[in-house]
Design a protein around this ligand. Sequence first.
Ligand code: FES
Length: 307
Amino acid sequence: MLRTSTFLTRFIKHSPSHYKRFGVVALRVHSMARHFKILGKEDLAPSVKRLVALAPLIAEKAQAGQFVVLRVDEKGERFPLTLVDWDRDKGTVTLIFQEVGVSTRKLGKLEVGDCIKDIVGPLGIPTGIENLGHVVVIGGGVGAALIYPWVRALKKRGNHVVTILGARTAELLLLEQELRELSDELHISTDDGSSGIKGFTSDILMNLLGKGRKFDLVMAAGPVPMMRAVAEATRPHRMKTIVSLNPIMVDGTGMCGGCRVAVGSEIKFACVDGPEFDAHQVDFKELMNRLRTYQEEEARATQLLDS
Ligand code: FES
């Protein structure tokens, strides 16, 4: 892993034309940290923050469903974050993240006026948003940040959008107001019943399906067990279901293999083949196992940060 990171640190310094040799399309590399100045910072929930950063070339190309890979400082690891929003006129991008490990905690410590070392993007295949009719969009936890651009783009194309938003508790519900304003219907679930129904987003979905509601597309983003539950809820109805996967990523360009996922009989790289895939084809068990790969190292790194 260390060796891979060292190699990628060198790799990432090459010019954009270098990346094109590897078939990476629409990749912009910005090596001057001043481009990534933080212009806005806000607490959305305990441990969850929203940052607005200057990244004009990324803002110019960003589309719903895409992400960036960033590095907080010179020695930092690379990690992906969804492009939640962007302003092409101001040249800014909006990122939402939960402080769950060393890198996200370091990112959370940056203040307005500080710079993020590197941001690479936009990466990933944009969501193919069409006018389909009735669409259900489901976001759990920080997955709410990911569904926001979906819902906005779906509404723009004239779809009827039913949004299901879930979290452990009411105070952890993200972007409720923004999603309420965009959606035709908003349903909420919390594990403890402090807002909406007591239960899971998949319970609400099953309830809607049980009432005979028909949807042309179901889209989900959030914790892996939630996405798997959504896939199992729609499978008997043969309803097209898309999930946005969140595997470990390092380079984001299809080089390291970190984001490998099994989809049907094929092996895919989420960073260049996704991150969205047919939920009925994804091997969620393998995805969960791979997400645990560096648990011990992460715990040790967190201990070091706290010591
Ligand atoms: Fe390295 Fe996808 S993040 S191959």
